[in-house]
Design a protein around this ligand. Sequence first.
Ligand code: PEP
Ligand code: MG
Length: 761
Amino acid sequence: MSAAASARQILTRLHEVMASRLHAQAKLDRVVEIIGESLTSEVCSIYLLRQGMLELFATRGLNKTAVHVTRMAVGEGLTGTIADNVETLNLAEARAHPDFRYREETGEEKFHSFAGVPIVYRERAVGVLCVQHVEPRRYEDVEIEALQTTAMVLSELITNAELVDEEEARGLTGERTGPQTVTGLTLVKGLGAGQAVYHQPRVQITQTVAEDIEAERQRVYRAFDKMREQIDALAGQAEFGGKGGEHEEVLETYKMFAYDEGWSRRINEAIDSGLTAEAAIERVQQHTRMRMREIDDPLLQDRMHDLEDLANRLLRIVSGQLGTAAQQGLPKDTILIARNLGPAELLEYDKRRLKGVILEEGSLTAHVVIVARAMGVPVLGRANHGKGGLRGTVREGDEILLDAGAGIATVRPSVQVADAFAARFAKSRERQAAYAELRDVEPFTRDGTRIQVMMNAGLRDDMSALAMTGADGVGLFRTEFQFLVSATLPQRERQTRLYRDVLEAASDKPVIFRTVDIGGDKSVPYLSSAVADADENPAMGWRALRLGLDREGLMKAQARALLEAAGGRSLYVMFPMVSEPWEFDAAKAVFDEQLAFLRRKKKVSPEAIHFGAMLEVPALAEVLDVLLPKLSFLSVGTNDLTQFLFAADRANPRLAQRYDWLSPSIIRFLSRVVQGSVGSGVDLGVCGEMGGRRLEALALLGIGFRRLSITPAAVGPIKELVRRVDLTELSAAMSAWLSDPGTDLRASLVAWAEQRHIDVD
Ligand code: PEP
Ligand code: MG
């Protein structure tokens, strides 16, 4: 009989038992008989978790009197080791294993060989199924597979019969027991506490034995087709606006697995043995996981991670459980976990319930991080935790305390850690309250210079922060956010409505609208086909104003929407990614044309229009003399500028910590821009993330910037900083440091601030 046929026979018999009217204990008694007979094994036993111990629930071959008597702690003996590590053991000589413990009451002394598999439910071991044999022999692969398949079916039986308490199972399973810390890179500072929720939830398998094998096979075929389509589409999109860096590499691996014949063949074989499509996918995945654990190669571990992602995707397709956690709704306090997220994906979440985000990738200036910062959600990035990534450490529903500022998340915290965290939380709230008190205080430096502290925004909701923080206005309104959150291109009327609402919310404070900056890591599906084949390097590709000038329809619609929305008041418009002065002229011409149209139609036009540009492409700094006379303001986008100055992709997690905003290359460059604009009458500011960090803000003030536009949460801290600074003194120190090539700017600034009791964290 073939392996599949014998496995099918076992499954058919198990299925009969499951479907029978027997009570749970009788079912387990039947199962051990079936497995024992099928594998011609003298012993077959089932241990289940009860009150924190693994209890012998059923056996064939051991003393029956030991049933419900023999109990092992998790981690104790071979059974306990299997449960602890959620790992299979296959031993020719059980006694030779260091974890072997002899239990007299079972009468197991005559048995030599031993094989056991964990019974897994929701990624936790809830029991162990094992066989023993008098002859010392290793069980064959097909036998181990039969055991693993049986364990899956048992998991269904056990949970349906509520034989183990799920709550109880939570505290189990090896390295995932007890508190763990996950470390990573601070992407958005802040504290958050809540339950772990995976952006892509694991599928719960509710039926393991197939009713109709052919039907299951067709389901898997269809799911494979769909998954391959999705991966191909993602790869297409990546060329336009992938999440950058490793993303493409990951997609390549996805593609390789998605088309891997070996993988689909193994799933098919598992279906032949009588499993449902879902169970077959999971079964093959378990097997691969087991193999991979034996190989200690970090590169392969990474690939395993990719395969896990993909298997989960396939499971989601086949089971129809497609949505992300955003669609399923979040628990009250959630710490969201994902490998990476796009800005639009994050925006789908209910921000009142989202208390933190942990990403396995991520970098400081990736747009998803900018969005999170604007939402006031702390983010820990580059968080990985050994084998199997975060999935290997954090389970769905685990309690997590996130201290993103310290770069740490504590999973399943102890009482002491939770208490200490609560105290820090209270302190941080006090600090926030102190910042809030500065709301109506104007930020003058100690020597009397008024600094403009504005905020960045992108959505209607963000505008409430203007009143809350007392910012001087919106220094950067990222209009593309509306495009990112829409499933289709936002029509002109919708744009007008948004801009009008924003201006109304701002009352008499200025709002600088930046025209759409899509492309790079801000991809929108409805435009991707237009650019899919164009860009290998989207951040430097056809994005922002480049795209806007070529897609005139888009730019005209936005210009009209802005002009109409600002009817009767001042309009500030800023163009992103201007690389040469003529691009500014061309963009302004689109507005002029629309303005003329409105006037012809006798519609109310803005009282005044101020045009500005972003300086984010280094080339523009060389032609300031040509550019500045055309502008009323210039805003330095340090996020893009630094990625271009260092030729370092802002979204690439591997480069996230490599370069410093306080490196002389950047500060000297920025200082030359300030010098170059002196006397031009052009209002100069910074609107990149750099300005919202206290130490970096000190440097910017020290080289002459007087306007910062920053994330709302930073407005309080930056105002407070401004009020502590003597600008004359700071500027003198900065110019001395900049002219001395040996200076470590970061260290010098920290020391300078410390001497003056200025907190720079
Ligand atoms: C920048 O590049 O610094 C900037 C503010 O724009 P964005 O982050 O939206 O690219
Ligand atoms: Mg930019």
